[in-house]
Design a protein around this ligand. Structure first.
Ligand code: FAD
Length: 191
């Protein structure tokens, strides 16, 4: 079976959703040669609710992507209500930092907008591409990834940096032995 090889990227990002696509976009906008891969298909949904807090909306605004979220029909959230036992606390979203509303776009809207922005910025975006491991140079430094391309052929790609944005069970983090710096635990659950 032929092996697809690419080399010479500055960065390979594994995972092309909120973290990966946004990172790829920013690095490509900064002029780096970026390859971003994801094993899912382009536009695929994922398990999540969709509420973006102000920080997320602010970033989309700064990156000139908020208009696309709004144009997709995502309704603005200008008021929210917290209910604590018998206490009902309505909160009006204050306009600040260029953000006058919060948004809760579906992932089928948010993630493709980010992936497309990465591509528009010059990153090579490949879906259907599964990474099975990292590769290392003779000195033991990570120098790329290996896996299977869109048609199931084995592939190897090299780069100066590899970024794991492959989710909460990140195989990249495991492969490099990344230390856990902060671990959250669920105190409550709501259905
Ligand atoms: C039930 C639920 C509700 C949530 N609600 C909210 C909310 O309301 N608001 C909010 O901000 N956050 C919410 N979150 C959290 C949010 O979904 C995550 O923080 C966010 O998806 C993380 O984005 P990410 O890009 O880091 O990873 P992910 O979205 O997990 O994306 C990782 C990507 O990496 C790809 N990948 C993984 N392994 C490989 C591999 N080996 N090769 C190639 N690709 C690979 C996957 O296909 C995937 O597309 C919720 C999460 C859950 C589970």
């Amino acid at each position: 079976m032929p092996i697809t090889r690419t080399s010479g990227h500055d960065v390979i990002v594994v995972g092309a959703r909120a973290a990966g696509a946004a990172t790829a976009m920013l690095l490509a906008r900064a002029g780096l040669d970026v390859l971003v891969v994801d094993r899912s298909r382009a536009g695929a949904d994922t398990v999540s609710t969709h509420a973006l807090m102000r920080g997320g909306v602010l970033q989309l605004h700064r990156w000139d992507l908020l208009d696309q979220i709004v144009d997709a029909g995502t309704p603005p959230v200008r008021r929210t209500t917290f209910t604590y036992a018998d206490d009902i606390v309505p909160i009006t979203i204050k306009p600040a930092y260029g953000v006058d509303a919060l948004y809760a776009p579906r992932r089928t809207i948010l993630d493709p907008i980010l992936a497309q922005a990465a591509g528009t910025a010059g990153a090579e975006v490949r879906f259907g591409t599964r990474i099975t491991g990292i590769t290392r140079d003779d000195a033991g430094r990570v120098d790329g990834v290996e896996g299977f391309d869109e048609v199931g052929n084995p592939m190897r790609c090299t780069a100066r940096w590899v970024i794991g944005a492959d989710g909460v069970t990140s195989a990249v983090a495991r492969a490099v032995g990344a230390a856990v710096q902060r671990r959250g635990t669920g105190a409550t659950a709501v259905v």
